[in-house]
Design a protein around this ligand. Sequence first.
Ligand SMILES: O=C(O)C1=C[C@@H](OP(=O)(O)O)[C@@H](O)[C@H](O)C1
Ligand SMILES: C=C(OP(=O)(O)O)C(=O)O
Length: 438
Amino acid sequence: MSAKRYSPSRVQGAYPAPTTDAPVRAELTIPGSKSLTNRELIIAAIADGPGRLIAPLHSDDSQRMIEALRALGVGVEEVDGGHEFGPDLVVTPAKLHGGVTIDCGQAGTVMRFISPLAGLAENDVHLTAHETALHRPMGGLISALRDLGVDIDDEGTWALPFTIRGHGRIRGGRVEIDASASSQFVSGLLLAAPRFDVGLHLVHTGERLPSLPHIDMTIEALSRRGIRIERPAVGEWLVEAGVPRAKEIAIEPDLSNAAPFLAAALVTGGAVSITGWPAHSTQPGALLPEILQSAGAHVSRHGGTLTVRAGTSIRGLDIDLSAASELTPTLVGLAAFAESPTTIRGIGHIRLHETDRIAALVGNLRALGGTAEELPDGLRIVPSPLRGGTWPAHHDHRMATTGALIGLRVPGVEIDDIGTTAKTLPEFTMLWERMLRG
Ligand SMILES: O=C(O)C1=C[C@@H](OP(=O)(O)O)[C@@H](O)[C@H](O)C1
Ligand SMILES: C=C(OP(=O)(O)O)C(=O)O
């Protein structure tokens, strides 16, 4: 039986991707970062008083986190902050109570960040996910939590669904983890670690560690609230026990969600500006200006607005994207229109993202007449003329937005399920059409 579609979007179903002959010229504001919103929600929930998230993301992934925290007893209240994409959030910490079921939807951040927190709850927490996300790796995290003394009943599967039998405390101490399947195992443990009795000494034992900027993001978020984290060696973290300070935190725009819009400038020979681009950011999307420049773009910044202008052509890239693997789908869309081949390496673990992204990207491109091949830890695209056809989203928001990018220059591309974009950007079609209107 095929998996049920994942479509919680405001715009649902098939979406004929708009095509344009004209260069796009637009200035856009992108909603808040998924990764920052869901980290700040967790830290706010274990802080020393009520705190506020300013301009957070409102999408399926953030809603799943809000509902998970509320289920555990934490107060999360919506308060108008005057922002286009939804209210601010006031988070009031509380004793975590358990006795609940939490549905993580498709959100990797929810399944990996809530699990350690559930170990601090007073009772059983049953964790499940949408059926399209039950395959996502949890084993390394389950193993580390067990080593820390957390009682988990997974019926021997090492996967969701499972029950965490919370006892109201986790002792903490030294633990090893193989986080080669996902950096979120590390982030999830670090985020809850201040509330462990003796803090945490976490040692990564796997051969590779993807998405390092996302771990830096976790460390930076905790440090901002007074929690000390040391890194005695690569792949090793020491977190002191303590209570994070309650704060008002402004959430940066989601730079990975800005990627297809910036890439649209190159694909159409135009220019796209994104407002509120942070001067410093741990988001992997902060690498976009440099990556797009290597692809031939002209990049400039004026007063917090980043502008990407097309150059004379798009250069193919040979790039290790392990630090920023969530940018892969957009860069593949860009590569389809380059003047030379693109090779992306270091991203083997994205076979276990929302879908097997390597297989899905190669398969979708080939179905439109493109030339692409899977590599053991990445993929290679040789630009060739494409024709229209169905672009399956594979219940993956970034596959859907890549289909839209390709459709800008290839008439007749239809994304089978645009609803998937609600995972992190329910406003995708609205913003895409706003970009095309200029
Ligand atoms: O911590 C985070 O917010 C994320 C970490 C990364 O996960 P992986 O390390 O599993 O790739 C990234 O791909 C995901 O989109 C968000
Ligand atoms: C891999 C992703 O999501 P998640 O947070 O569910 O891991 C992603 O957004 O590209």
